[in-house]
Design a protein around this ligand. Structure first.
Ligand code: FMN
Ligand code: COI
Length: 386
């Protein structure tokens, strides 16, 4: 695709329904449609956030406080959205972030996401808590780029086994999520008594893992309750500290990225420990209620470690303009979460492609109309801020 915005002309010429699965092109409207179409339990799980929702709101408010200041007469005919991230070239500064349990919104779950990502050559970050296994998703994604996200389990043998499986299945980078050693307080799910795992969704990697099975006598068994209880016991590891990062290096020889960094000191420690990148993220506001908006911390983290490491960002991205803002504040690329889960829920693989194409086309147009032709040229000077 020479210009992502050609997509806009395709829509004008052929009509939305001929080019897209008939879904809204504004991802906030897509979100509202998903609320109507998904089951209350699944919608509540995806849309929900921690406590009163203050952090999720703070994520959006942080974006609203920054405004783009477009520049004129800068020849924006030819644009190139590609960026290099951890040694790989991406078609645009956008990745599909790790979202687990996706078969709650569509039976094809992560398989459909892998196909959509592969079609656009966008990296998909596969969650440890996916509904399909590391190997199944790799096969669905074919030659497409893929990263693996680790939820650091209590049992180091399971962690090592996951990393070995991911490596063997062609996942190139490792994302280690630090902000979820346990689930946050999520009233949406508590009130509906809805937790995907207890319904056996999101445990595919565990139930197919020799190290996990060893802990329950070799197999899951017809009554899955023993296996599920064991899963709940080993899923998160609240005891890990900075001293344990060496374990990751011992078992993973590719790039390692820490997800959930919000404080500059943590970012510095990560870099001092030889980590290849950080994701400034508060898990989309799903973990700590009353936390700072993720975008509010991005400039500080970039100032602290931006010259020494790759800084990525997620939490609250809903439009191409949001991507422009995060990039101008120093992120190399962004990850999206809920929007593509809604696309998946509404239209399967085509819905995920829809979300990616809309986001990239809008990013391309917003850059062009702001006088920018390459992501690397985006600097804080293009923003007016708090
Ligand atoms: C339904 C759902 C499941 C998620 N599962 C994971 C996961 O398995 N691993 C992980 O690191 N983050 C997970 N996340 C967090 C996302 O990776 C990401 O940080 C967040 O969704 C970004 O915010 P956004 O939804 O506003 O784009 C999940 C988010 C949602 C909404
Ligand atoms: C396995 C989970 C903890 C999934 C997750 O990260 C989330 O629901 O936010």
């Amino acid at each position: 695709m020479s210009s992502f915005a050609d997509f806009q002309n395709e829509i004008y010429l052929n009509g939305l329904g001929d080019v897209l699965p008939g879904l809204p092109t504004d991802l906030t409207r897509l979100e509202r449609l998903a609320r109507k179409r998904l089951s209350p339990g699944a919608h509540g799980y995806v849309a929900g956030s921690a406590g009163t929702g203050a952090t999720a709101r703070a994520n959006r408010e942080a974006f609203d406080r920054w405004r783009i200041v477009p520049r004129m007469l800068r020849d924006v005919t030819v644009r190139d959205l590609s960026v290099e991230v951890l040694g790989a070239s991406l078609p645009a500064p956008v990745l599909l972030g790790p979202v687990g349990v996706l078969s709650i919104v569509h039976p094809d779950g992560e398989l459909a996401v892998a196909r959509a990502a592969s079609a656009l050559n966008v990296p998909m970050v596969l969650s440890s808590a996916a509904s399909y296994t590391i190997e199944e998703v790799a096969e669905a994604g074919g030659e497409g780029p893929r990263w693996f996200q680790l939820y650091w389990p209590k049992d180091p043998e399971i962690a090592a086994s996951f990393l070995g499986r991911a490596k063997a299945a062609g996942y190139t980078a490792l994302v280690v999520t630090l902000d979820t050693p346990m689930l946050g307080w999520r009233p949406h799910d508590l009130d509906q008594a809805y937790l995907p795992f207890l319904r056996g969704i999101g445990v595919a990697n565990y139930f197919s893992d020799p190290a996990f099975l060893k802990g329950i006598g070799g197999s899951v068994g017809a009554d899955r309750s023993t296996a599920l209880l064991h899963w709940a016991a080993i899923f998160g590891n609240p005891a890990v500290t900075w001293d344990d990062l060496g374990f990751l290096r011992e078992h993973w020889d590719g790039p390692i990225v820490l997800k959930g960094i919000q404080h500059t000191d943590d970012a510095r420690r990560a870099v001092d420990a030889g980590i290849d990148g950080v994701i400034v993220s508060n898990h989309g506001g799903r973990q700590v209620d009353g936390a700072v908006g993720a975008l509010d911390m991005l400039p500080e983290v970039v100032a602290a470690v931006g010259e020494r490491t790759t800084v990525l960002f997620d939490s609250g991205i809903r439009s191409g303009a949001d991507v422009v803002k995060a990039l101008a504040l120093g992120a190399r690329a962004v990850l999206v979460g809920r929007p593509y889960a809604y696309g998946l829920g509404l239209a399967g693989e085509a819905g995920v492609r829809h979300v990616l194409r809309c986001l990239m086309a809008e990013l391309d147009l917003t850059m062009a109309l702001s006088g920018i032709t390459r992501p690397a040229d985006l600097t804080p000077e293009f923003l007016r801020g708090p």
